[in-house]
Design a protein around this ligand. Sequence first.
Ligand code: NAG
Length: 299
Amino acid sequence: MSPSLCSCNSQWGLLITLLLAPLLAAALMVGAHGGNFYQDFDITWGDGRAKILDGGQLVTLSLDKTSGSGFQSKNQYLFGKIDMQIKLVPGNSAGTVTAYYLSSQGPNHDEIDFEFLGNLSGDPYILHTNLFTEGKGDREQQFYLWFDPTKDFHTYSVIWNPLNVIYLVDGIPIRVFKNNEAIGVPFPEKQPMRLYSSLWDAEDWATRGGLVKTDWSKAPFTASFRNFQANACIWSSGKSSCGRTTTGSGPTSNGWFDQELDATSQRWLRWVRKNYMVYNYCTDVKRFPQGLPPECLHS
Ligand SMILES: *[C@@H]1O[C@H](CO)[C@@H](O)[C@H](O)[C@H]1NC(C)=O
């Protein structure tokens, strides 16, 4: 099931454009904190392989046989709507992984992951997602994309609020993790997280489960990042700069703090799941002989 096999593709593409263009225009006008990578991020590893360019508007990460590279946000967030535009490694990217995730620290950490698994030229990337709460993950869902993510920048977003975590691609929800604390499923809401991104080699498992290895003659591999936006509650010295009480003003005013999927978004989610979902832990009954995780029965 490769994206190009969906004959409805171009029709949907048009619909998406028509429906989302006004939304995107509106999103650009609200007072989001627009990104300057010098201000917002630290390059954390890669010995010169991560570069901030264009006066802070662009970051490139590269990977060669010696090392990958990565950066992390200076701020820690406790809830937010985080957007980043990413253009993935083009051509033969088999074996490479571009990761973009929020994570707290320590052994019982929370984490919200996007990982882009490269492929041979012309074969589809897989967007691998996961979510850890209190140190436990095992909640993988994987998707193909409905476009070539190496041709242009696309927007990958997380809406993280006390009700749910929503993963979006170009404004289209691909995954929702609801707050199911009421039935004993921990929800990421106590630990502040930083945003991380990295490009690294995972030829042991990334492409066709490790069958296709990295072709180092094509190195260095490069992925690019721009237009970081954080409408978020910033955590510092044990306090968050926004909270439930500020809903309706400040950074929560444009609605992400209590955002859930409306009927239209639910239809988009179903469209993604029907046409592009590759793997869902919630349907992997073999993997969970004792029964599926409880959140799978309440979603
Ligand atoms: C790579 O392409 C193959 C063949 O189309 C496909 O089965 C696989 O899911 C693709 N993605 C990855 C990351 O292996």
